[in-house]
Write a protein that binds this ligand. Structure first.
Ligand code: HEM
Length: 209
């Protein structure tokens, strides 16, 4: 039997950065949801009760932003949109309906991943800015009350948008067999890479020459 060959997709640093981001994200999402609606208030027990949840949420939120900034510096270059991404998007319908054998052009990331990456970047920036505007007692006092109220609504809606994006991200990571290994071990099989990211394999072989 032929031995499976593996390619390195993420370094130790990349993976530590990603999983720190995941833990911090879940902490902010759950603490935020507990303040979003009374029916979700029970989640605040995870953070030491209502007052502690209220105190901790914005600080953890800033850490989420900073740890995403780390991922951004590592990966933004590989997420820049190019001509192949339109072709990938045009074929995405077939992919979603199960005809996965039709190979679509993709470099290190496909168009779907890129859209999600930029969605995360934009929503996190909006969450940071709007969050600062209504962060009492530190900053809210500097802004008119109308703006503080508007920031609260935009912050909540953006958070819902980000959570939906993350659900898609997790579903895709589990649904595409062989992908989670990239973030757990840092490795992917060569056949996975050729099937889902042929451009990346070509680029890596070229770099080695
Ligand atoms: C249980 C939760 C999660 C799982 C299982 C997971 C899994 C993965 C996997 C397997 C990859 C590698 C995909 C590839 O190389 O093709 C990845 C990449 C990534 N993940 Fe996650 N992830 C999770 C949560 C999150 C969260 C909460 C965030 C952000 C708030 C996030 C941000 C990212 C980013 C930015 C990338 C790089 C993708 C790109 O640059 O386009 N992940 N994740």
């Amino acid at each position: 039997m032929e031995e499976t060959r593996y390619l390195r997709r993420y370094s130790d640093g990349d993976r530590i950065n990603h999983w720190a981001l995941v833990i911090l994200f879940f902490c902010t999402a759950l603490s935020g949801l507990s303040m979003f609606h009374p029916s979700l208030f029970f989640l605040s027990v995870l953070f030491g009760g209502g007052p502690w949840t209220r105190i901790l949420h914005p600080f953890i939120g800033v850490l989420v932003f900073l740890s995403f900034a780390g991922m951004y510096l590592r990966l933004a270059r590989d997420n820049v949109w190019n001509a192949d991404d339109r072709v990938w998007l045009a074929g995405a319908g077939a992919l979603l309906s199960g005809r996965k054998h039709e190979m679509l052009p993709a470099g290190r990331y496909n168009a779907g991943q890129k859209i999600l990456f930029w969605w995360m970047a934009i929503t996190l920036a909006v969450l940071l800015v709007t969050g600062l505007v209504f962060w009492r007692p530190y900053f809210a006092g500097y802004f008119p009350i109308g703006l503080v109220r508007l920031a609260t609504v935009v912050h909540s809606l953006t958070a819902v948008g980000l959570i939906l994006g993350i659900i898609v991200h997790i579903y895709a990571a589990i649904w595409v067999k062989g992908t989670t290994r990239a973030m757990t071990r840092g490795l992917v099989s060569e056949s996975w890479a050729k099937r889902h990211h042929p451009g990346w394999v070509a680029q890596m072989t070229q770099d080695k020459r």
